[in-house]
Design a binder for this molecule. Sequence first.
Ligand code: NAP
Length: 312
Amino acid sequence: MNRNDHEQSRNDRVLEEAAGIPDADRTPVTVIGLGAMGSTLAGAFLDSGHPTTVWNRTPGKADALVARGAALAATVDEAVKASSLVVICVLDYSVVQEILQPASSGLAGRVLVNLTNGTPVRARELAEWAGRHGADYLDGGIMAVPSLIARPEAVLLYSGTEDAFNRHHSTLSRLGKAVYLGSDPGLAPLHDLALLSGMYGMFGGFLHAAALVGSEGVKATEFTSTLLIPWLQAMMTTLPEMARQIDTGDYTSKEASLEMQASNDTIGEVSRAQGISTELFAPLYDLMKRRVAEGHGSDDFPSVIELIRKRH
Ligand SMILES: NC(=O)c1ccc[n+]([C@@H]2O[C@H](COP(=O)([O-])OP(=O)(O)OC[C@H]3O[C@@H](n4cnc5c(N)ncnc54)[C@H](OP(=O)(O)O)[C@@H]3O)[C@@H](O)[C@H]2O)c1
């Protein structure tokens, strides 16, 4: 066993202990779609000893998995019928439908787990379609990149048939921590996309900050490790209180009112002066100004959500 194998087997044990996976649980699994993510998912099942059947439009992508013990199905129908648990992870939901349609008669009595990225509406449509063909359906959101799969850091969100999730919890936990969000199949993609929204907001702020200091020749690497990461980590601790304000609707400012924060567009001014575009920051600043103009200057920052949230 080389160093990587040791590391992998240590990660497997951490995951198994965390998920309480019985050693004997080796449910056969089919994985349809062997792109960057699908082939990693299939590899994780194989590494944990699950008999694994695979299918991909381009069959050559299965070669490495077959060499590790996977069975290559000749058709989608054969792949679906090989296992009670069928995982699909392809480009988008249209491709999922295109692939599964000809094999729909084989779905009855199986659990279909769709780990393809999509929207709640498409997830509900697919769940309904799977149900009409006698299959239980789980929609999933993978909160990880392929290199994190089967590592303790990986989290996968699931929604759909609760009984199917409970039956296959230990097998699904081979991929990462399996979190069940509810019976509405749209909940996993909704949470997935909400988490990605948070990530892109942070990435957008990061790019603007790096562009600003970069305008004076400061390298992004040092700025990021010495100043930006500690700053963002400190700011992260303010999120629970902001979340409480959003849930209660009580935005009464305690220490940094919206009026004070929006009083001057200093970030816009310095950006323009340094030759940096304000395209990333300006939409947020405009919302802050609008909320103040509408008489909410003494609120805290989370009050801005009232301009974008759905009214019940
Ligand atoms: N990669 C990530 O970091 C990551 C993270 C989280 C979630 N995801 C989600 O996981 C899903 C797969 O991502 P990926 O990174 O594996 O993508 P990818 O490497 O581009 O692979 C795409 C897969 O879809 C198949 N496919 C595309 N068009 C098809 C068609 N018309 N008919 C049949 N098969 C088709 C490809 O088959 P061929 O091999 O024959 O082209 C391949 O298996 C996406 O929904 C993605 O959003 C990815």
